[in-house]
Write a protein that binds this ligand. Sequence first.
Ligand code: GAF
Length: 369
Amino acid sequence: MRVVEAFRAAYGASPETVWHAPGRVNLIGEHTDYNDGFVLPFAVPWGVTAAVTPRADGTIRLLSLQADGGPVTLASRDESTGWTRYVVGVLAMLGDRVSGADIAIDGDVPRGAGLSSSAALEVAVASALNDLHDLGMTPMEIALLGQKAENDFVGMPCGIMDQAASALCEEGHALFLDCRSLASRNIPLDLDSHGLAVLIIDTQVHHEHAGGEYAKRRAECESAARKLGVPALRDVTDLPAALDLLKGDERKRTMHVITENHRVEALIGLLRAGAVTEIGALLNASHLSLRDQYEVSSPELDLAVEAAVKGGARGARMTGGGFGGSAIALVPVDRLDRVQESVAAAYAERGFQAPRFLPSTPARGAHRL
Ligand code: GAF
């Protein structure tokens, strides 16, 4: 394995453990996780592999096969910058339970595609340290630790979806997660036998203001919940009555969150009934809601969705935080070429940078190699 060779070359010995954790796409349930709602992501076949050996002297040595130069040596947890913050954040959240570590990282999550390479990195490193130090953390506790590293150390106020998907998903399944109780269930996502595939369309565009807008959406939802006198938007039971009490953006955000939770439940109902082909309409509705009510789409994402459906997709939506990144399309396998041609042609016509197409099947969550 490449990462083991790099580890040996850098640190002069073999790693004591090697863990892999995947990125994710979200089938449905967008911007619902931090509203205590429902999500349904699945792990993608790309991820982060971490080779790790513990150290007792507090020193952290970090090497990434995707970063230039040799290993970075950090004498303390205060020195991290860039990608190293996700790793050091995990160590920081583990506190006294760990000292230092020698770490080598190899990742193949397509960059900037919004497929949660940062969650994969956090979960791979946390899983390896959990294993090495016999910490006895469950996959959900590992996910929560990764989220805390991102919230409190990196400063991104994300919900729990990405880390939970990376830690808990099973091959061939999507992960239904109740983000309040943290109860989760892997639901079979049998696309093959229905002649379907999920095509990821990476717009290759990432808007700079995404982080600020994410925090703003979260604050709007929290403010709306306060005005409605509920702990979180998930608790709204009478939507028309709630909408009567709200104005402007908070009204729109509430509309999205509540209807999106219902779409997750409806989609699970269809999967249970074996009606996989029928989920497309819910994907389309989710996209319109994210575009018009939550206002987190982009011209590139809207065009990807529109052109995919025109080309024969059963449904499509933006996935992840938005403002760029990727869309997903549910495509009959025999129309995969047509859908890609349709999107590529529409992008060329609008003068957009060519998108990248990534056919994907639900992969396995974090595991030791
Ligand atoms: C990002 C966040 F990290 C997730 O927690 C989630 O809120 C998602 O955006 C939107 O559904 O990926």
